[in-house]
Every structure is written in structure tokens, then in C-alpha cells.
Design a protein around this ligand. Structure first.
Ligand SMILES: NC(=O)c1ccc[n+]([C@@H]2O[C@H](COP(=O)([O-])OP(=O)(O)OC[C@H]3O[C@@H](n4cnc5c(N)ncnc54)[C@H](O)[C@@H]3O)[C@@H](O)[C@H]2O)c1
Length: 292
């Protein structure tokens, strides 16, 4: 049952990429902690399942789903407007939506695929921050913005090149936004997940993903969506009242293990093919085999 006195009791949160993985876990955790939640996702079919699961948990009156694209400014404006019309305000923005995007050797990467990767992973974070901050500044009593980056944005070899660059941009964007918005008591932090067992990461190849994890991650247990949702909860609530501009790594020790990841995570399979992956949005990937 809902706890109105939870760590987010009465707060209004927008969560993007809500219909799968970390976003799905965060929706349930935030609702369980007393928040009112707007879930935004491109995948309307999974969004309907999310709405059903939230209703089954008796949270339906504190949840609304919006089918939208974080790369489109109009959709983000709609999400903020829905939060205001449904629940009166915006206190927390969790810019979590993301896709793997362009993959393959950089010499084979098409400009359009590079741009789409940045539009979803980086522009989406900018737009969510821009419009949530506008609403929070108008409200006048602060807020919390959380952006999902990745350990891939902190070093080389932990993800495709365009994705890693887009996530590195999210880390730096978070720092500058934190500086600019501090005077308004709006905290802006990033989460850098390591290997987290979501559909985006394992793509149905669970055994292969577990093998990779054992090779490169010091901590013996798998990273789960719930681990990231809990980090987001910490950054969203007053437990982190003096924390801003931080890139919070949640990775079972992957990043501090230095060279363990390297090129290993990319895999040779991807280097013989190039294209773009749209993750769990429901949109098919575009893949071509690279001629020798
Ligand atoms: N899983 C990992 O190992 C891992 C590691 C580091 C970072 N991340 C990041 O964590 C975030 C969440 O990933 P996840 O693993 O839960 O993936 P996921 O695929 O399970 O969920 C991502 C959700 O985002 C949605 N989405 C994608 N593009 C969108 C768009 N343009 N507009 C609206 N919704 C969109 C998808 O439809 C999906 O429901 C992403 O930003 C991802 O890059 C994941």
C-alpha cells in the first residue's frame, strides 16, 4: 500500500524511460515512497503494462502514463504540463530514458545514427532539465533533477563510441546545470550505472551477459534495476539535501577496477557489424555487416 509519509511523501516526480528496466523499478519505488508519478516512455505498449502493474499495486490514483519521446521538446513540455494539471507541481525529474544507439567501428558510423544517439541520450536530458527547472523555479521552493549517465561516460571501452560520448556529455551537463540551478535550491545529479541486468543490457542473451559480468565486475552479485532506483530515490529525497553536481557511480566496483573493462565489453560481434539499436522502444534496429 502507498505510504503518504514515505521518503517522497506528497512529492511529484516525472520519470522518463518508465516502461522498462530502471525506470519501471523507479516508478514502483517512488510510488511506494509516497510520490505522485508521471511515467514517460516511447513504448506505449509497455507503458500500458506499467499502468496495469501500478493499478494492481493500488497506486493508480497517484500515477499517469504519457507516451512521448524525450528527444522532442513538445513531448517534454507535455509531460511537465501533465504533472501540473494532474498533481499541481513538479518536484523531481528523473531523466532516465536511453538507448544504445549507434554501434560498430567509428569509421563505419553514419552521421544520422550518431545524431539520434545524442538526441535521445543527451538532448533528452537537456530538455527534461530545462523544462523541469523552469517549473521548479516558478514554484520557488527547489527540486531535484537526476540524469542517468553511465560508467561508459567515464572511461573508454565500456560501450559503443557514440553512446559513451553522449553519456560523458550528460555527466558534464549535470555539473554545469548544478552550478546554474544551485541558487534556486534545485539539485542536479547524475547516476552512472555499471552492468545492470535490464532488457537493454542483456538483449535476451542472459548467459552471455552473466559471463561478461563475471569477467569485468568485482562484486559477485548482479546489478539490478532496483539498485539504480534506490540510488535515484536517495538523490530525489532530502537524504541528499547537500549533494549536487555529483556523478554517482552504482556499479559493483566496475569503474574502480581500472582496465578490467577495456574493449571487452564491446565484444567482437559488434565490430563486424554497424548500425543503430533502439533498445526496448519497440523500434527495430538497423544492422549491416561490414565488408572485409
Ligand atoms: N542496463 C545497463 O547496464 C545500463 C548501464 C548504464 C547506463 N544505462 C542507462 O540507464 C538508462 C535506463 O536503461 P535500462 O537499462 O533501464 O534500459 P531499458 O531499455 O530497460 O529501459 C529504457 C526505457 O527508455 C525508453 N526510451 C528509449 N528511448 C526513449 C525516448 N526517446 N523517449 C522516451 N522513452 C525512451 C525505452 O522505451 C525503455 O522503456 C538508460 O539511459 C541507459 O542508457 C543502462
Amino acid at each position: 500500500m502507498a505510504d503518504q509519509n514515505g521518503r517522497l511523501g506528497g512529492k511529484v516526480a516525472i520519470i522518463t524511460g518508465a516502461a522498462s528496466g530502471m525506470g519501471w523499478a523507479a516508478v514502483h519505488l517512488f510510488l511506494n515512497e509516497g510520490a505522485y508519478v508521471i511515467g514517460v516512455d516511447l513504448n506505449a505498449e509497455n507503458g500500458a503494462q506499467l499502468t496495469e502493474s501500478v493499478g494492481a499495486a493500488s497506486f493508480g490514483d497517484r500515477f499517469r502514463f504519457l507516451a512521448g519521446d524525450v528527444a522532442e521538446e513538445a513531448d517534454i513540455i507535455d509531460a511537465v504540463a501533465l504533472a501540473q494539471s494532474s498533481f499541481g507541481r513538479v518536484d523531481v525529474m528523473f531523466n532516465n530514458a536511453g538507448v544504445g544507439g549507434a554501434f560498430g567501428p567509428l569509421t563505419e558510423t553514419e552521421v544520422d545514427h550518431w545524431d539520434v544517439t545524442f538526441a535521445i541520450n543527451t538532448r533528452g536530458v537537456f530538455l527534461g532539465t530545462k523544462h523541469a527547472a523552469k517549473a521548479m523555479i516558478a514554484q520557488g521552493d527547489g527540486g531535484a533533477i537526476i540524469n542517468t549517465a553511465s560508467v561508459a561516460g567515464l572511461t573508454g571501452g565500456s560501450g559503443p563510441t557514440a553512446y559513451s560520448a553522449a553519456k560523458a556529455a550528460v555527466v558534464n551537463f549535470t555539473k554545469n546545470a548544478a552550478l546554474e540551478l544551485a541558487a534556486h535550491r534545485i539539485r542536479v545529479n547524475a547516476i552512472c550505472p555499471g552492468i545492470v541486468f535490464t532488457p537493454l543490457m542483456h538483449r535476451g542473451r542472459i548467459a552471455e551477459a552473466e559471463e561478461t559480468m563475471k569477467r569485468v565486475q568485482p562484486w559477485p552479485d548482479k546489478g539490478e534495476s532496483e539498485h539504480i532506483a534506490r540510488a535515484a530515490l536517495y538523490l530525489a529525497c532530502s537524504d541528499s539535501a547537500f549533494v549536487t553536481g555529483e556523478a554517482h557511480v552504482v556499479d559493483g566496483g566496475y569503474a574502480v577496477s581500472g582496465g578490467l573493462g577495456g574493449q571487452q565489453l564491446i565484444g567482437t560481434r559488434e565490430q563486424t557489424r554497424a548500425g543503430i539499436a533502439y533498445g526496448t522502444t519497440g523500434k527495430d534496429p538497423e544492422v549491416r555487416t561490414i565488408e572485409e
